[in-house]
Design a protein around this ligand. Sequence first.
Ligand SMILES: *Cc1c(COP(=O)(O)O)cnc(C)c1O
Length: 239
Amino acid sequence: MREEEIAAGLAAVHERIGAACAAAGRDPGEVTLVVVTKTYPASDVQVLAKLGVTDVGENRDQEAAPKAEEVAALGAQVRWHFVGQLQRNKCRSVVGYADAVHSIDGVRLARALAGAAQRHRERPLDVLVQVSIDGDPARGGAVVGATVDPDRDFDRVALTVAEAAPLRLAGVMAVAPLHWSPEAAFERLTEVSARLRAAHPEATAVSAGMSADLEAAIGYGATHVRIGSAVLGTRPKLR
Ligand SMILES: *Cc1c(COP(=O)(O)O)cnc(C)c1O
């Protein structure tokens, strides 16, 4: 039974979150579990909602948009977090269903999202600035400090979001680079979060941690963990 499978995965993840919070002296109520449902059907989201999950994540608009519609039609209510690389021409679609976007890493992208939100939604959209932990501009994330590309400058991206009325600057997000230890990566993210909060005290969210490294993320102060496979099972390989 799919529901039993998902319930077991969910229980195991809640146990890991609880243990990590206990080890870090944190209250589990400070950590929001976002179950990343990419590659899994709307029926799984319906099961998750029934099991008490309130927040789900997706990384591709092509998949997320129809799924969000299907889930709504099934009568299930969840908050959608967009966590993947976002193209400017997809902003209009994403603002239609997302409650939060974790992956804004450019000034032009932030402006495009603000414009789409202004035209196509009523409530402000929560935005997290994605941080490049290793500063490599070839991959996702805004770069802290000197960068050759001003569009990807972390402080400018954050300011653009903060000044856009249809957006609410919520915090930072990162994915630990493959060749970094999760501890080193999330320690770095904690520093960037402090830098952001110095300028924007309300931007307290820290989205960090996936199935393999949620303990390290919670140890370094994550407020949102994005968990896919540990709840739903190993995904078929993406092309
Ligand atoms: C897929 C994905 C996750 C979840 O990954 P798991 O290893 O399955 O937990 C988290 N964050 C992002 C950005 C993702 O694309």
